[in-house]
Design a protein around this ligand. Structure first.
Ligand SMILES: O=c1[nH]c(=O)c2[nH]c(=O)[nH]c2[nH]1
Length: 313
């Protein structure tokens, strides 16, 4: 006889690929292209794991149907912003099913860029550019289940695979040296990374969070990331990926009070100057012009950055 207990559970449908087109009367059309993961939790689901009892199991197939149903029935402003669509799905689930105490919805977006001709956006044609991937996760939880009065919401957002490179104004010098050190000081180097950035919105009630300008904050987080990388002098005066990361996060926290903390992971994708001295050519240090990108290994610099009151006290 089994004696083990379920400590936590969540089940649902992952990779629900849904594309929603909004056709406006003037011919202007919008597209949202998402991969949705929807997971339900609640202690009444435990018997489906331990006793083979499916009576309360909302089929993952029905959860998938709900995503399509809401994509059709919600207005454009609730579907086109992934944070809002994710929280609408999560809210729908906890409100519809008494025994669902929490619903976690993650959305990965596939960005379609509107085609531009003569500086005019084309009404219905889009293209895919190699760029970062935006994602979000909303979790809606009943405060006193099964009561629906009082819902708590948490929203995380971010992007990954934003590839950037600069050919100067990056350095790495004055680091620890011992018998295992072979790396020379690099007063000027090529720097490249593939940015992963994710942030937590201040948690609160659903209504407060739904008024957050998610799209503008997303654009601001990306703009600060690029601007700190390319233009902030502190990133090369103090010179390390660690410093660059901190400056990126600090700028975002200063710009957006709605964000609680930010996590970055910055691989340092190495491009080493190729030694051409066997051919009588100078290509090291200040003479570096020809580089060999190194696929593996890469540096990997990470940190979570928050405001002082939330940090280590
Ligand atoms: O910006 C850097 N930070 C490091 O910690 C490090 N270590 C290393 O070998 N190169 C670099 N670059």
């Amino acid at each position: 006889m089994e004696t083990s207990i379920i400590k936590s559970q969540a089940y649902g449908k992952d990779r629900v690929r849904v594309v929603r087109v909004f056709r406006h009367a003037d011919g202007w059309q919008e597209i949202a292209d998402y991969s949705v993961c929807c997971l339900l939790s609640g202690n009444q689901f435990e018997s489906s794991y331990t006793k083979g009892d499916n009576k309360l199991v909302v089929a993952t197939d029905s959860q998938k149907n709900t995503v399509f149903y809401l994509a059709k029935t919600l207005p454009a402003e609730k579907v086109m912003v992934p944070e809002v669509f994710a929280s609408e799905i999560a809210k729908f689930m906890v409100n519809k099913y008494d025994h669902v105490t929490s619903c976690q919805v993650k959305i990965i977006t596939k960005p379609w860029e509107r085609m531009q001709f003569d500086n005019q956006g084309h009404p219905h044609s889009f293209y895919r550019e190699g760029k970062e991937t935006r994602w979000t996760e909303a979790v809606v939880t009943k405060i006193n289940p099964p009561s629906k009065i009082g819902l708590k919401v948490r929203i995380d957002s971010g992007f990954y695979d934003l590839e950037v490179l600069k050919t100067t104004n990056s350095a790495f010098t004055d680091f620890w040296r011992d018998e295992l050190t072979t790396l020379p000081d690099m007063p000027d180097r090529l720097l490249s990374t593939k940015v992963l950035c994710q942030w937590k919105y201040v948690s609160g009630n659903l209504e407060a969070l739904e008024n957050v300008p998610f799209d503008a904050i997303y654009a601001g987080a990306k703009r600060n990331t690029l601007d700190a990388f390319a233009n902030d002098p502190r990133a090369w005066v103090h010179a390390s990926v660690q410093t660059t990361l901190y400056i990126m996060a600090d700028r975002i926290l200063n710009d957006f009070a709605q964000i609680d903390d930010i996590y970055y992971a910055l691989p340092n994708i190495h491009y080493f100057p190729f030694d051409l001295s066997p051919f009588g050519l100078k290509n090291l240090q200040a003479d570096a012009e020809v580089y060999m990108p190194i696929a593996d290994p890469s540096g990997y610099i990470t940190a979570t950055v928050s405001r002082p009151s939330k940090g280590k006290l």
